[in-house]
Design a protein around this ligand. Structure first.
Ligand SMILES: [Zn+2]
Length: 70
């Protein structure tokens, strides 16, 4: 169990670092979410470029839309 928590907080830290670095780079004070809303996977740069306001990775978004349309 501790494994999972360790990994989660590691990823959280990583995401924060990424977000901060990118925000600094762009001189932005607002930080968007860089992790998937559903599974927590970091979103790829390509994914964010294709859909800047997406909050889910491709798989979760597809899953979400599939569920929504049912
Ligand atoms: Zn996901």
């Amino acid at each position: 169990m501790t494994d999972i928590f360790d990994r989660a907080s590691e990823q959280e830290q990583w995401l924060r670092d990424q977000a901060l670095a990118i925000a600094r780079e762009h001189g932005e004070s607002t930080v968007v979410s860089f992790g998937c809303h559903d599974c927590g996977e970091p979103l790829s740069e390509a994914r964010r470029e294709a859909a800047p306001h997406c909050t889910r990775c491709v798989e979760c978004q597809t899953d979400f839309e599939t569920r929504k349309n049912r």
